[in-house]
Ligand binder design. Structure first.
Ligand code: GTP
Ligand code: MG
Length: 420
């Protein structure tokens, strides 16, 4: 039962907000799509009849046809929409370990020294086994190549700003099943290319996690990077994990150190970056041990014995704090993604709907006036007809009279002749 709870099978997670909204908006776009298709067919039918072509002008028929393509485009984007979280921090602070702990599996390479050499994105896949995709080819690679491709220790290493995608079976992980994509990065202290990193990997991120080392204070490199991020994006959602708390917590005066972290980190978020207020900043800060979280989860989920010396005294509180971080994170990322991603789609849907309506209303008024015109024409025609009728009537009357007169005349002449 531990396992089930841990994997979140039994609880409704905050991520369902996004998952459900995505389903709903998909349905809405399917409906709009049908409506647009019908409208397009109607417009084509109408314009193919020469007498009716005035009802929908060529610009409007192009507009309607364009909507079909737009809807197709949006539907495609929608299918790919997900919640994205990006992890940054200095080398060896534990970024890869944090992600592995959240995924409850040792998917990303981690270790001492400079380990992660390029960006690695973990996303869900419907396939049974995991595989890798690199930017140079469509051909999937084996998951076991990850170490060689992404490691700073390897000879054939990729560029720092290149991306490896790990497609990992959704059935193995709730986060991936619920449409979260996690992006690991090389240490921000090893690259001068931070602007490029932001442009390439951060513009569509819903949440940023700064993995800091609790054994030291936030470094200027870390701060500078997030200054850049918040210049380029408006009010990014940033969480700070003070990691390696298992080691730090054994130090002397740890309560004061903790308070110092709290003060400095909330100053950083609230006063420097201005991404939240002082009170809100405290909810974005967590003291954790990714190593313990990962070890205990591997243990709980797979019934392996937790290696000795991994769980240090007081580990329960740190595990609890890690789970708390995840809870806050899930609420934040689903709300943010629904807003930023689906608000755009909803606005487009409104726009398409109202434009389509304008075109249709124009077509309707035009068809009404066309109908009017034709009625008028018919009426004029029928006026002329009845005149003719009347003339015919008169004419036939005259003819009748004439014939009558002639007959009478003949009769009279005949009777006269007989009487003679
Ligand atoms: P780079 O990829 O090199 O930038 O490092 P990273 O930030 O991804 O760090 P990584 O996850 O590889 O962790 C570095 C080392 O620190 C590994 O040996 C981890 O086991 C260890 N480590 C990570 N988190 C913790 C922690 O909370 N406590 C302790 N004691 N060790 C940790
Ligand atoms: Mg790493």
């Amino acid at each position: 039962s531990n396992r089930k709870l841990g994997n979140g099978h039994n609880q409704e997670s905050a991520l369902q907000l996004f998952v459900n909204a995505k389903k709903k908006i998909n349905d809405i776009f399917r409906n709009i799509g049908q409506y647009v298709l019908e409208a397009d067919k109607f417009v084509q039918d109408v314009t193919s009849v020469p007498e009716c072509s005035v009802i929908v002008g060529p610009e409007n028929s192009e507009v309607v046809h364009g909507f079909c393509e737009k809807i197709d485009g949006i539907t495609e984007v929608l299918a790919r929409d997900h919640m994205k979280v990006v992890f940054f921090g200095r080398t060896s602070n534990g970024k890869s370990t944090v992600i592995n702990a959240m995924l409850r599996d040792k998917i990303l390479p981690s270790g001492i020294g400079h380990t992660t050499h390029c960006f690695i994105q973990v996303e869900g896949s419907d396939s049974k086994d995991g595989f890798l995709l690199t930017e140079d080819t469509d051909k999937p690679k084996s998951i076991t190549d990850i170490k060689q491709l992404a490691s700073a220790l390897s000879d054939v290493k990729l560029q720092e700003n290149s991306l490896i995608r790990i497609l990992w079976p959704k059935e193995k992980c709730r986060l991936l099943r619920e449409d979260v994509v996690l992006v690991d990065s090389p240490g921000i202290d090893v690259s001068p290319d931070l602007d490029l990193w932001i442009d390439k990997f951060c513009v569509d991120a819903d949440v940023f996690v700064l993995v800091a080392n609790a054994e030291s204070t936030l470094m200027q490199t870390e701060k500078n990077f997030f200054h850049k991020v918040s210049e380029k994006l408006s009010k990014p959602n940033i969480f700070i994990l003070q990691n390696r708390w298992d080691v730090s917590e054994m130090e002397e005066d740890i309560d004061q150190v903790k308070q110092q972290h709290i003060d400095r980190n909330s100053d950083f978020l609230a006063e420097e970056l201005k991404v939240t207020d002082k009170k809100g900043a405290k909810d974005r800060l967590f003291f954790v041990s990714a190593r313990e979280a990962l070890a205990s989860r591997l243990n709980n989920d797979n019934v392996f014995a937790t290696p000795e010396r991994v769980l240090l005294p007081g580990f329960q509180a740190r595990l609890f704090e890690f789970a708390n971080f995840e809870k806050e994170f899930e609420v934040c990322i689903s709300q943010s993604a629904v807003k930023t991603k689906f608000e755009q789609h909803t606005n487009r849907a409104h726009y398409i709907n109202s434009e389509l309506r304008t075109v249709m209303e124009e077509a309707y008024t035009k068809s009404l006036s066309l109908q009017d015109e034709q009625m008028q024409l018919r009426k004029e025609k029928s006026d002329r007809l009845s005149h003719l009728d009347r003339q015919l009537d008169l004419l036939t009357g005259e003819v009748k009279n004439k014939i009558k007169a002639m007959v009478e005349d003949v009769e009279r002449k005949v009777s006269c002749a007989l009487n003679d």
